[in-house]
Design a protein around this ligand. Structure first.
Ligand code: ADE
Length: 244
């Protein structure tokens, strides 16, 4: 059966989905994972919260694909905004994803020491640098109606294993973001999921709503706005599942 996978990091990010998916069956796997199969917009879906970070996210994505037969995958969750003019609740369609934790700039290929690996580039796997969204999924997402009061934009999403606060945002702005294609937001899972999906040739799209602007008291904003921001993505997810 063709199935749409909808992955998030935290239960709050799938709370709205849980209320609208029908025929739900829960499948626990190991100590941390729980996947729910069901139907949404006339499609078979599997959804779940992997927990935070790229290790859990990669493992959950792999399970969705190899065990639950996900043939397309979207990630729906919250992120910290990195661009001027953004507001909490705004939505970023991930046109591409990059992993800023992957740093092999000091490595040299023996056969071509003049080749300079870039920040985010995985050595020995030529495609593993920037992960573009599946063009069809992105095209469909562009047609989704944004929820009232939320701006919808397209951009690059930067993934890493850090919660980005004021100090890190300033440091990255001064050093790395320009080498990473000026990402619109930062979070902690998408690059892993994009990489797994690319490895298994599964079409993938990242959707993120801003829970904070990675500045001020970013943790307090995250805690205050995570639920409402995540809920903003439900109409987009439904639209993508329905029309792709
Ligand atoms: N997810 C939501 N907000 C974030 C932030 N500021 N840094 C990393 N991941 C996030």
């Amino acid at each position: 059966v063709a199935r749409f996978g909808i992955l998030a990091a935290m239960p709050a990010e799938i709370a709205a989905l849980r209320k609208v998916v029908t025929d739900q069956v829960e499948h626990k796997r190991g100590e941390v994972f729980s996947f729910t199969t069901g139907k949404l917009e006339g499609c078979e879906v599997v959804f779940g919260a992997s927990n935070v970070g790229m290790v859990f996210a990669a493992s959950a994505a792999t399970t969705m694909i190899s065990e639950f037969g996900a043939t397309k995958l979207v990630f729906s969750g919250v992120a910290g905004g990195l661009l001027a003019g953004q507001s909490i609740g705004d939505i970023v369609l991930g046109a591409s994803v990059i992993n800023y934790d992957m740093d092999c700039r000091a490595f040299k290929y023996p056969w071509d020491p003049s080749y300079q690996l870039r920040l985010g580039e995985t050595p020995f796997v030529e495609w593993a640098h920037v992960y573009p969204a599946d063009p069809e999924l992105l095209k469909v997402a562009r047609g989704a109606p944004p929820p009232a009061g939320a701006a919808l934009s397209e951009g690059r999403i930067a993934s890493g294993s850090k919660f980005c606060d004021t100090a890190m945002k300033a440091e990255m702005a001064a050093t790395h973001w320009c080498h990473l294609g000026d990402p619109a937001c930062c979070e902690m899972e998408n690059a892993a999921v994009a990489q797994v999906c690319r490895a298994y040739s599964v079409p993938y799209l990242s959707l993120r709503a801003l829970s904070d602007l990675a500045t001020g008291d970013a943790a307090a904003d995250f805690n205050a706005f995570c639920d409402a921001a995540a809920d903003n993505l439900l109409p987009i997810v439904r639209h993508v599942v329905r029309y792709s």
